[in-house]
Design a binder for this molecule. Structure first.
Ligand code: NAG
Ligand code: NAG
Ligand code: NAG
Length: 342
């Protein structure tokens, strides 16, 4: 039974990946959204935009490698709320997306501003902030050690930030609730396990893991699914209570990656070895399918990176605006209505 279940997932993975890599425009398995490869080249509006962006990302990354996890978080936070329409980048009016508790600590906005400035100077008024974000994230992950992959483009920018309350999952969400959230966006368990691979790098605040360290699920004991050595290390870095005025310490969610911000499949071996820092990551072992996929990705980078390319494009197609919908913002922080030409 166990082997059958896992086999299905892996065969499905193989079919999806072969289709993705061999069919032009990568439409098989991806929702039909109107996005295409090399939109700005095909449309003859900004043929070299991907080169301009890549160059800027490289300049930034050389100075501050933390831009990779920052951009990945921006993509995720943008796509999961109103769709990948760059609404997360809006400053005005009070943007409930930016203000949501789960989005405190988002970074990378200045970096997007800089790329947008360069792109506008070369190709004014045609490249969306939503596409810039997706392309920059791809390039930043590439610099961190993952192979590059084609990103479908042709998104347009949203005209407003989400008015609805923003409900991104907290790090202590249950596996079932996390999966339901992904499914509500048209993503499946394979996408979820794949995209959580973003946790191969970056850091978190102690407050998000204190329950695992001291009082798991109200038990007054640590999470039994955490490796003892890791538990001791983390308890050392994260005392049960921070003293008044003391800032909540940052801990790397993958100590091998740490300040090097390398991107590889080591995340999956850590999960298998009970060495995940965030609760949601350790929960990948709570179902058969997700365990099998975790095992598969731990065994080799190749499957993971292909799946990553596919799932990033799938996430990147959530709720996109194309054609004549939305607009191309002149400034990623402002809608054009809020930013009239002087
Ligand atoms: C947490 O505690 C509740 C109630 O005691 C229990 O039903 C549930 O299974 C526990 N969850 C985990 C992940 O241990
Ligand atoms: C992933 O990168 C880290 C940091 O560079 C390194 O220690 C580790 O060996 C790598 N893991 C794999 C599986 O390549
Ligand atoms: C070029 O862009 C316009 C506006 O988004 C779109 O309607 C048109 O289909 C695009 N042309 C091509 C060849 O992609």
């Amino acid at each position: 039974m166990r082997r059958d279940g896992g086999g299905c997932v892996l065969v499905l993975l193989a079919i999806v990946l072969i289709s993705y890599l061999s069919v032009s425009n990568a439409q098989v398995g991806l929702p039909k959204t109107g996005l295409v490869r090399q939109f700005y080249k095909k449309n003859d509006t900004c043929a070299d935009v991907e080169e301009f962006i890549k160059h800027q990302v490289k300049l930034f990354w050389t100075k501050d490698r933390s831009i990779t996890p920052k951009l990945l978080r921006l993509v995720y936070s943008d796509c999961f709320v109103t769709g990948c329409d760059a609404s997360i980048l809006l400053d005005k009016p009070d943007n409930p997306e930016k203000k949501a508790p789960q989005n405190i600590g988002l970074g990378g906005f200045v970096f997007i501003d800089q790329i947008k400035k360069v792109v506008e100077s070369r190709c004014p008024g045609v490249v969306s902030c939503a596409d810039i974000l997706m392309l920059a994230a791809r390039d930043a992950v590439h610099l961190a050690g993952a192979p590059s992959y084609p990103v479908l483009t042709g998104r347009r920018d949203g005209l407003q930030s989400s008015a609805a309350s923003v409900d991104l999952p907290s790090p202590s969400i249950s596996f079932d609730d996390a999966l339901s959230l992904f499914e509500s966006k048209g993503l499946n368990v394979l996408d979820m396990v794949t995209l959580l691979g973003a946790h191969t790098m970056g850091s978190t605040r102690c407050r998000y893991i204190l329950d695992r360290l001291y009082n798991f699920n109200g038990s007054k004991k640590p999470d039994p699914s955490m490796d003892k050595t890791l538990l001791d290390e983390l308890r050392n870095k994260c005392p049960p209570k921070t003293r008044k005025g003391q800032t909540d310490p940052l801990v790397f969610i993958n100590k091998n990656s740490g300040t090097k911000y390398t991107f590889n499949n080591s995340y999956y071996s850590h999960v298998l070895n009970k060495q995940a820092v965030l609760g949601i990551d350790q929960l990948l072992l709570s179902t058969e399918d997700s365990t099998d996929i975790t095992q598969e990705f731990a065994d080799g980078f190749e499957d993971f990176r292909r799946s990553w390319a596919f799932s990033m494009n799938k996430m990147g197609s959530i709720g996109v605006l194309t054609g004549t919908k939305g607009e191309i913002r002149r400034n990623c922080r402002l809608t054009n209505a809020d930013n009239p030409i002087q």
